[in-house]
Design a protein around this ligand. Structure first.
Ligand code: ZN
Ligand code: ZN
Length: 339
């Protein structure tokens, strides 16, 4: 097992409190109820006595106690410069650390573990592909429910139930089924509104498998839609194609979003595209890298990202299409291609 001391750099110890970071480094599946402490003595998990049996089998050194007592349990190990994750510590916990770590200097850190998580290891890619395969098969099954008269919630339930039956730990996030005018809200959720003939319906969903996620969106036309809606959907599909052409190793991330924006601008629809083009996917549904026209980095092999342009026109409706993409050594593999 890696001792992670490379993460310390200029620090004497580092406290990891972000659950996905704890899970990534330690592999502990109950990471939402644990902290990870790293110093030159190696890693150490902190958890409640509830997890004693899990930790006995788990094989990493650990300290047990109520969460409010964790700072006190660490006190004798806290020397010198002690890093903490500044975006993932409550004010209350920060105060407890400050009280317990007398004589140590608390140093805010940002994105150290997240930077490692950007490029996926082969075993992580496998879990994401499995999460994607579950979502794909569930989608194929649930498609028969996407018809006039069925409510958005019923469609969402069919999708989520089918994912569970295929081995998902759960849904990656609350499934979005947005029909008709609801399609104008990027995070619409799913309501009691029935689907109707002549509407676009946007389905945005994913599965969780061994802690890893999939995320994909399709927009379907129910029968014949108005020329306006058809134009919106075509523009989004064209923006997606233009963006995907710019996704590959060494390509600037910003150029992909700029390509999508150029297509929408030519259609006069750019003002209805209010979000970034995509995001990284892994132990979290939304993680680094951010895929936007303001991003500064480059696509690198091992990244798993979404490409998801959308257009949302108030009072009319909207469309979004999202692909899940693995950057490879020589190109990009669309993991969500066959649905
Ligand atoms: Zn999505
Ligand atoms: Zn997404």
């Amino acid at each position: 097992m890696n001792d992670f001391t490379g993460l310390l750099e200029d620090l004497d110890a580092l406290l990891i409190t972000q659950p996905a970071n704890v899970r990534y480094l330690a592999g502990f599946p109950h990471a939402e109820d644990a902290w990870l402490w790293i110093d030159d003595g190696g890693p150490r998990l902190l958890a409640s006595p509830l997890y004693e049996n899990d930790l006995e089998r788990f094989g990493l050194p650990y300290l047990l106690g109520r969460p409010r007592d964790w700072p006190r349990l660490l006190a004798e190990r806290a020397r010198g410069r002690v890093g903490f994750e500044k975006a993932h510590l409550s004010y209350e916990d920060f105060q407890r650390l400050r009280e317990a770590f007398k004589g140590a200097e608390l140093v805010p850190t940002e994105g150290r573990v997240e930077a490692l998580r950007v490029k996926k290891r082969p075993e992580e890619v496998e879990k994401i592909r499995r999460a994607m395969a579950i979502a794909r098969d569930a989608y194929r099954e649930a498609l028969s429910e996407v018809r006039p008269g069925v409510s958005e919630i019923q469609v969402a339930a069919a999708l989520e139930c089918a994912m569970r039956r295929r081995g998902a730990e759960g849904r990656a996030f609350p499934t979005i089924v947005a029909s008709g005018e609801n399609g104008a809200f990027p995070h619409a959720g799913a309501g009691e509104k029935p689907l109707r003939e002549g509407e676009l319906v946007t389905l945005d969903f994913g599965a969780r498998y061994q802690g890893y996620h999939s995320d994909v969106t399709r927009t379907l036309a129910l029968g014949e839609v108005s020329p306006e809606l058809a134009r919106v959907l075509r523009a989004v599909q064209a923006a997606l194609s233009a963006a995907l052409e710019r996704v590959g190793p060494g390509q600037p991330i910003a150029a992909a979003d700029r390509a999508a924006r150029a297509v929408l601008e030519a259609e006069g629809l750019l003002r209805y595209y209010p979000h970034a083009l995509g995001h990284g996917v892994g132990l979290e549904v939304h993680e680094a890298p951010r895929i936007s026209h303001e991003s500064e980095g480059y696509f690198e092999p091992g990244m798993v990202v979404t490409i998801e342009p959308g257009v949302y026109v108030p009072g009319l409706g909207g469309a979004r299409v999202e692909e899940l993409v693995l950057i490879t050594e020589d190109g990009a593999l669309i993991l969500s291609s066959d649905l």
